[in-house]
Design a protein around this ligand. Structure first.
Ligand code: AMP
Length: 412
């Protein structure tokens, strides 16, 4: 990362870090902000919540160990939603002081290979990446700008979904395009990195032997991708230059012949129309002919379009398992996570059916019971279902970044 950016950020954070007793994590989307509150000491989660329907009939929802909140609020924009969170902290969380705020940021481009302390220069760099993640990045940045306004000078840390993938070998990051485009940033970035990093740390703690080996993680949710890891590091991802590539998703197309785009342009569709179609009207929603982007709805539907959408999703996951296992030169463990990966036992069962050739044998009873280990005792490859926790990963990064700032200042 650019050393000047780090230096400026350090100076800003050093004057603030260490004053509060809690960390706040924020995940800002188009009309919602999810948040979680952690004790700095021990990183225990104190509370979670979200402001939803920002700009409409907004609601503030939160819960801690004993209490629940669900209130209608006035929140025409992200900054008013953040003020509601600030008021809640002061009113209902005993005025807990915020030591630092961690933000989920989908795209860190080529520059950011680790979390970054946010300052004006960092924000400017992140704005240049908006065209690469138009569905997410503008909202992540709106959340950061609003948090800077609502929380004054509390140090803020950007945690990137792309950073975990930044050490891929060249062959797993390039496209077969004129080489100068690679140097201009037209390359595979990979996403869902905070989720994969959490899973890598989980495996290191609970399955250390497998963590050192060849692991495939399938993050299957409304956004979906797969990551090949060796010794806990990402070496390849199904996601590419944007968050459209790879597996089909709730409303995103996944892998697509670029000739389709040329054809649609010849028909007169412009970038805006095509972008809207690929990001918002494709994937499970598009292929099911508009039934739903929600796997639960599709699983309970009797319409053939719903079954075909699920079948396509399953077949693409199976295809990527084969491809990524070849990249890894074998497989020691496969992990399912994300809303579908954690909860949709029928999808996991169909993905792993007939996979004995690659060494995976599912235990149907364990799978249906949503146990952690879902492979049979005879399976050479360990199959796991693990609940991911991106907020926890953001909190760990934020604490570490803030502590580094304080340590580096004390060393001066
Ligand atoms: P995420 O984006 O990780 O929150 O995942 C959202 C996806 O998980 C949606 O497609 C949901 O339908 C799916 N999902 C959540 N719970 C279940 C469940 N019990 N069975 C099937 N799919 C589920």
């Amino acid at each position: 990362m650019n050393a000047d950016l780090v230096q400026d950020g350090r100076a800003q954070a050093a004057s603030q870090a260490g004053r509060g007793s809690a960390l706040l994590t924020l995940n800002a989307g188009s009309s919602s902000i999810k948040f979680a509150l952690y004790d700095v000491d021990g990183l225990q989660r104190r509370a979670t919540g979200m402001v939803e329907a920002i700009g409409g009939a907004a609601r503030f929802k939160a819960k801690d160990a004993e209490r629940k909140w669900d209130d209608a609020i006035e929140a025409p924009a992200h900054v008013s939603a953040l003020r509601a969170i600030l008021e809640w902290l002061e009113r209902d969380m005993a005025g807990v002081g915020i030591a630092a705020i961690g933000h989920r940021v989908v795209h860190g481009g080529m520059l950011f290979d680790q979390p970054a302390l946010i300052n004006d220069d960092v924000l400017e760099q992140l704005r240049t990446l908006v065209p690469l993640a138009p569905l997410h990045q503008p909202h992540n940045l709106a959340g950061i700008e609003a948090a800077r306004e609502a929380f004054g000078n509390v140090p803020q840390v950007a945690c990137f979904d792309t950073a975990f993938h930044r050490a891929h070998p060249f062959l797993n990051d390039c496209f077969a395009l004129p080489r100068e485009l690679f140097y201009q940033g037209v390359r595979r970035y990979g996403f869902h990195g905070l989720s994969y990093e959490y899973i890598a740390q989980y495996l290191r703690t609970h399955f250390p032997h497998h963590a050192r080996g060849r692991v495939l993680v399938a993050h299957l949710g409304n956004g979906a991708s797969m990551c090949a890891m060796r010794d806990g590091r990402s070496i390849a991802s199904t996601m590419g230059f944007s968050a459209l590539d790879g597996l089909p998703m709730g409303t995103r197309c996944g892998q697509l012949d670029p000739g389709v785009l040329l054809y649609l342009m010849q028909l007169g569709m412009d970038v805006k129309d095509i972008s809207k179609m690929l990001y918002e009207r494709s994937g499970l929603l598009g292929l099911s002919d508009g039934i739903s982007n929600d796997m639960r709805v599709l699983l309970s539907s009797e319409r053939p379009e719903a079954s075909e959408a699920i079948a396509y999703f399953v077949s693409r996951v199976r295809r990527e398992i084969g491809g990524l296992a070849a990249t890894l030169e074998g497989l020691d463990a496969i992990v399912f996570t994300g809303g579908i990966g954690e909860n949709a036992a029928p999808v996991r069962e169909r993905v792993l059916a007939g996979m004995a050739w690659i060494g995976v044998e599912i235990d149907e009873a364990r799978n249906r019971a949503n146990e952690t280990i879902i492979s049979s005792g005879l399976s050479r490859v360990l199959a796991l279902r693990v609940c991911t926790d991106e907020e926890c990963m953001i909190a760990r990064h934020t604490l570490r970044t803030a502590q580094l700032v304080v340590a580096s200042q004390e060393a001066l």
